[in-house]
Design a protein around this ligand. Sequence first.
Ligand code: AMP
Length: 144
Amino acid sequence: MPYTHILVAVDLSEQCHAVMQRAMALAQCSQARLSLVHVIEPLAMAFAADVPMDLSLLQQQQTEQAMQRFRQFAAQYSALRDEDRHLLSGQPRHEIHSLAEQLCCDLIVVGSHGRHGLALLLGSTANELLHGARLDVLAVHLAD
Ligand code: AMP
């Protein structure tokens, strides 16, 4: 059965171009629709309990930076329509699963690891996505 709608999740690191290439190749083979998602992890979710300071300014800067990086990343893939580009905020596993459900995707594509920034503290997204997944999840092997 060919896939009909593939969701590719990127952490906007250099390595995720390899993840994107694999997802695009799969989408082309299956003639599937391809959607792209990046999730901004709110600083408060990781640090609020430990850091006794107002994180709102930092949060705003993080969001603006992520919006710019996401735009630059997505601009390199002109075949992706605007409505297929999703920039969300929250816990990556939760947001990616619920977007996949909302869009009726049948495959999620992620990198085997990324481990940058907050992911270091929160654990591997690829691993978390596999748990409780109601659809196929492909972890594209990335060199260390
Ligand atoms: P990591 O959890 O850092 O080991 O990342 C593994 C893979 O999960 C990355 O290669 C991405 O495909 C995906 N990923 C990690 N963080 C995010 C994020 N914030 N938004 C979307 N996808 C992500």
